[in-house]
Write a protein that binds this ligand. Sequence first.
Ligand SMILES: Nc1ncnc2c1ncn2[C@@H]1O[C@H](COP(=O)(O)OP(=O)(O)OP(=O)(O)O)[C@@H](O)[C@H]1O
Ligand SMILES: [Mg+2]
Length: 341
Amino acid sequence: MAGARVRRQQERAAGSAEMTDPTEAALVVENLSKTYRQRKKADITAVDNISFQVPRGQIFGLLGPNGAGKTTTVKMICGLIKPDSGRILVNGVDMLKQRRRGLSQVSAVLEGNRNIYWRLTARENLEFFAALKGQSGRQDLAERISELLAFFDLTDKEAEPARRLSRGMQQKLALAVCLVADTPIVVLDEPTLGLDVKASYEIRARLQEIAGDQKTIIITTHDMNVVEDICQEVVVIDKGRIVAADKTENLLNLFQARSYQIEIREGLTASQRDSLLELDFLELQQNKDKVILDLELQNASNLYRVIDILEENQTIIEAIRQEQLNFEKIFMELLENGRRR
Ligand SMILES: Nc1ncnc2c1ncn2[C@@H]1O[C@H](COP(=O)(O)OP(=O)(O)OP(=O)(O)O)[C@@H](O)[C@H]1O
Ligand SMILES: [Mg+2]
């Protein structure tokens, strides 16, 4: 239904690679591809020629359904797996040519927060990883660790082994461990996955504070709420390809203003029904004794076409409402359009 809009959106996405001067961006990903070669099984192209840039100090979302290629993308950004082709600049450093320097620019929490040790206490985890990241010489390390524990509300739990913390606390500890390295870029793979609403909100609030501190945060998620809530820009990927890239606000606005729902009482004639079904911007659903018309209006005059059809038989309109914005629907439309191309 929203084909034209989505196409315009996708055209803009395709052009976004030359968005800003690469030396200004915190992260530049250019024509990145990765195929997993498998013995006895078909190869899987997890990431298929994607390009995007992330400005400094942003929370940037990489949104996509299961298997879209999010984790593969962030593993390449963090230097954990090698792309087949493409270029990655982290804070201006070429990750493929200068891996060591590149690694010092990025820290990450990958899936399932495996970056913490179950047997070590919360504080010991921070000390251990600080040492690993060459931070043990810092005069203020103990203080910094205390600050991080306080920031994530873990001061009371600092002597508790990680395995005895709740899922939300473990996730917060994993974030603290990631931040102890004090890198300018932080990559988080599904930071709110499996958390309850309260823990998820808490983490989102902390992330906003961290980004306010001039760090750049890249998060992968399949949760539209997270994107809507905290990401300034988002790249939507599906099957390893970019299907949309824009400021979150633009993506939302693009779809918001035009979704209407008309509720009418049953009693459409066959000819009215036929006329309505011919309209490509309309979907008709029967809901008990009511008929609901969902409209995606590219231009306002289409609304009058619908009303004219209803008037033919003096059909009673019970309600006309602007549909509640639903990022999930936007997401589904983007995916559908991407797949049809
Ligand atoms: N090590 C691997 N070997 C072979 N195939 C892999 C490997 N890792 C990932 N894949 C495949 O690559 C594709 C992309 O996987 P990836 O984990 O990057 O997706 P994702 O977007 O992170 O998904 P999810 O939301 O489920 O975490 C999938 O088809 C997956 O099965
Ligand atoms: Mg993943």
